[in-house]
Write a protein of this length. Structure first.
Lengths: 325, 464
């Protein structure tokens, strides 16, 4: 097991290198730092000195790969590639184009993200599983068909609509919760209720439908038929046989997103003014702060790969028949 | 009006290409008995046929909106060269001339004849009063004293009668066609009796009725109100259809060759090719999609800003950005299809007839073309229809984030984006965002329902 995990971690390295090279190529070779500076500074202040100053302030004035200039500290280390890309592997994200430390920002902002994303994930999962099980109880009936149509309708509504409708109803019309904002500590609860509810509702359509399929697959298997033939009551079949076995594919399929919960949700966080990583990324995108966007791309990939490894491990944990080799 | 300059944008070419490909595709389908049976299964269901018609309706609007031209400007005295307007028009603009030309000053509610905002007016007596001014265009045909509601009612009734007549004519035409086609096969009406005619005719009727109503009333009122700069919201929402339909199809189609090529190559050749392809798609899919999209769109923006000489017209610039967006969206989603195709190819290439072909010394290219490709097309088809609605929804979110289509391009995402400020006004300006959401909802719902039917019919796991 341990050997397997270590090997998987080694497999992750080339992928991270690939992500790193790709982002480097996108951000520094497709567009030169000169062009970035021009866009950042705007048309008014564009003169060669201003561009040079902008670049040297942020360390973009070095050569890309090889620094053979006089007085440089190292042939390979004193370059943009080393400074901006290699350092990411040590989780050293450097400074944003504004001059703030990205690592500090990430550490500070990941907790609000988690405060929204974790409850949304857990409650959403529970709600979807409960609904799917309920639908499966009435499978092949009119209720089943109606529920599936409702799911497709829910899926076809834009996520933004849920946000607008939720804010209008809960915050504006009924005055139950504040429209947006965030406070640290326990005061956060009243700000979190609405985003969590919206997040859960937004996922009901696709989630319930998917889990229903998984449960139905389980319900068609031989052992379920045997149990019924033995005269086991329908509810017992559902909760003792179908539910535990159906949970296996469901849980293993959601493990992959757990690490990414730290990244938060771009949409929900920005609509509800939650100072998490999602809105951090969004602000960076809108301010064209390439340093932050680059760091978030790397962090996101890292968390995804961790999720993939966790998925593999979870397979063995829930199903002893799966051996890792 | 005799003189105009056809201006075909890149995305226009692509949509023509798309239609031609689909036409060839359908003609080819008719040859293969198994595929024909599966399509029959899709269209036998009333829901499948009805949702297909709705999609066709949207695609038709998008097509009308993809024939672009520029009108000539007033010619200068003594000059021979004709200059063309910077404004690019489409056939749809001509069709909906009534809706397009009637810009007001600012917001107005649906069917309103008074403006939404108060204005200072000087009465004849010199007194200055502050109230809601009459709209410039909407309801300007009303004789004094006649209430707008009565006029709207009369016109609606009129439109319904016209619409009903048109619907009847259409039904009659279809019946004659059915009969005529049936005669040639000697079966009469029985030949096409398997189609769910009731739902087809009802859907067509509903579409005809709604369009006639819009055409009849659109010239006199703003059916869905006007936006901040006084443009007709309904017209904007209809213009956005092209963006929605194109993003849904082009995003997959642009990267389809990549997904199909790499997926089949990996599954067929195995070995280092497989390793390489797997590495590429794992790497790409490990980057959070929305970040990759945002990063790439930012880079495209930089490119456009630093190369202004390549884009003479605003429409050309917007079009380039749009195509880039489609391509990027495709790049973030082809990996899923590639993985499925690789797995299926692995399976298919183990089958006896492929092994036999290989033993006979048939070239790899021929085996792939003749044996592998036809056996994995159902996966491509299912992915195509399943992804469509996702892309339409994604556009709204991306435009909101600010990495979507150009703000000058009509799109539901841009309309929703503007709605943020509108919704916090008092009273709420709800019609613009409602129009965008409902137009989008109808398309996405139809696409989802159709996709379900296609998957049921083509997925071997459900076919059994």
């Amino acid at each position: 097991m341990l050997a397997y995990i270590i090997r998987r971690l080694f497999y992750a390295i080339p992928i991270l290198i690939g992500v790193n090279l790709l982002t480097f190529a996108l951000f520094f070779m497709v567009n030169t730092p000169d062009q970035m500076a021009r866009v950042q500074l705007g048309d008014k202040y564009v003169d060669p000195q201003a561009i040079e100053a902008w670049k040297s302030q942020r360390g973009y004035d070095k050569p890309l790969f090889l620094n053979d200039r006089e007085g440089s500290e190292g042939l390979l280390t004193d370059t943009i590639f080393f400074d901006k890309s290699i350092r990411l592997f040590a989780l050293d994200f450097g400074k944003s184009d504004e001059g703030r430390s990205i690592s500090a920002d990430i550490y500070q902002r990941m907790w609000p993200s988690l405060a929204v994303a974790l409850p949304t994930f857990v409650i959403g999962l529970a709600v979807n599983i409960a609904l799917a099980l309920f639908v499966v109880m009435f499978r092949a009936s009119l209720f089943d068909t109606a529920a599936m149509v409702a799911c497709v309708v829910l899926m076809s509504i834009s996520g933004v609509f849920y946000v607008f409708a939720g804010q209008y109803l809960f915050a504006k019309l009924w005055n139950l919760v504040p429209i947006s904002g965030y406070l640290a500590g326990l005061d956060a609860a009243k700000f979190l209720i609405l985003p969590v509810i919206i997040g859960v509702i937004g996922g009901i359509g696709s989630g319930t439908r998917l889990y229903r399929t998984l449960f139905l697959e389980e319900a068609g298997k031989d052992y379920v038929r045997t149990a019924r033939a033995k005269g086991v009551p329908e509810l017992t079949v559902l909760f003792r046989h179908i539910l535990p076995n159906g949970l296996i594919p469901i849980l293993t399929s959601v493990v992959v997103v757990i690490p990414s919960l730290f990244m938060g949700s771009l949409l929900v966080e920005s609509f509800f003014g939650i100072p998490g990583l999602g809105s951090y990324t969004l602000d960076a995108i809108q301010a064209q702060d390439f340093a932050i966007v680059r760091s978030m791309v790397f962090l996101g990939s890292l968390l995804y790969i961790v999720g993939l490894i966790l998925t593999d491990i979870s397979y063995t944990l829930v199903d002893p028949r799966v051996r890792l080799s | 009006m005799a003189d105009f300059k056809l201006t075909i944008l890149w995305s226009d070419w692509l949509i023509y290409l798309l239609v031609v490909t689909l036409a060839i595709f359908f003609i080819n389908l008719a040859r293969d008995a198994v595929t024909r049976k599966r399509w029959r299964k899709v269209f036998v269901s009333p829901l499948g046929s009805a949702s297909f018609l709705v999609i066709v309706f949207y695609v038709a609007i998008a097509l009308l909106d993809s024939v672009h031209f520029r009108l000539p400007l007033q010619q200068l005295e003594g000059s021979d060269t004709v200059h063309y307007s910077q404004e690019v028009n489409s056939l749809l603009d001509l069709t909906l001339q009534d809706l397009r030309g009637n810009d007001e000053k600012t917001y107005s509610e649906p069917f309103a004849i008074y403006s939404f905002a108060k204005e200072n007016r000087t009465l004849d007596s010199g007194q200055v009063v502050r109230d809601f001014p009459r709209l410039e265009h909407a309801g300007s045909h009303l004789p004094t004293g006649k209430p707008a509601s009565a006029d709207i009612f009369e016109r609606t009734m009129h439109a319904l009668v016209v619409g009903a007549l048109l619907t009847l004519a259409l039904w009659l035409l279809i019946w004659v066609l059915r009969w005529g086609l049936g005669l040639s096969s000697g079966q009469g009406l029985q030949a096409s009796a398997w189609l769910p005619w009731k739902s087809i005719l009802l859907t067509l009727g509903a579409l005809v009725l709604v369009s006639t109503w819009v055409m009849q009333l659109g010239g006199y009122y703003h059916i869905l109100g006007t936006n901040k700069v006084g443009q007709d919201v309904l017209f904007q929402a209809i213009k956005a259809v092209r963006t929605g339909v194109l993003i849904g199809t082009l995003a997959t189609l642009l990267t389809l060759p990549l997904a199909v090529g790499l997926g089949i190559a990996a599954g067929y050749f195995k070995g280092w090719v497989d390793d390489l392809v797997q590495y590429v798609y794992t790497t790409l899919s490990s980057i959070p999609g929305i970040l990759l999209i945002a990063a790439s769109v930012l880079l495209i923006d930089v490119y456009i800003e630093t190369h202004p000489e390549q884009f003479q017209l605003t429409a050309e610039r917007a079009d380039f950005q749009f195509l880039a967006l489609c391509f990027i969206l495709g790049m973030t989603s082809w990996t899923g299809l590639c993985r499925l195709l690789r797995a299926e190819t692995l399976k298919v290439s183990q089958l006896d007839y492929v092994q036999a072909a290989r033993a006979f010394g048939v070239s790899n290219g021929r085996i792939i073309g003749k044996h592998i490709l036809p056996n994995v097309t159902h996966i491509v088809l299912i992915a195509l229809v399943l992804d469509f609605s996702g892309f339409v929804l994604a556009e709204a979110i991306l435009s909101y984030i600010g990495v979507g289509v150009d703000p000058s391009m009509a799109s539901w995402g841009n309309m929703i984006n503007e709605a943020r400020a509108e919704l916090s006004r008092e009273p709420v300006v709800w019609w613009s965002v409602a129009a965008a959401f409902s137009m989008m909802f109808v398309l996405v719902l139809a696409a989802n329902l159709f996709a379900d039917k296609v998957r049921d019919a083509f997925d071997p796991r459900t076919v059994g």
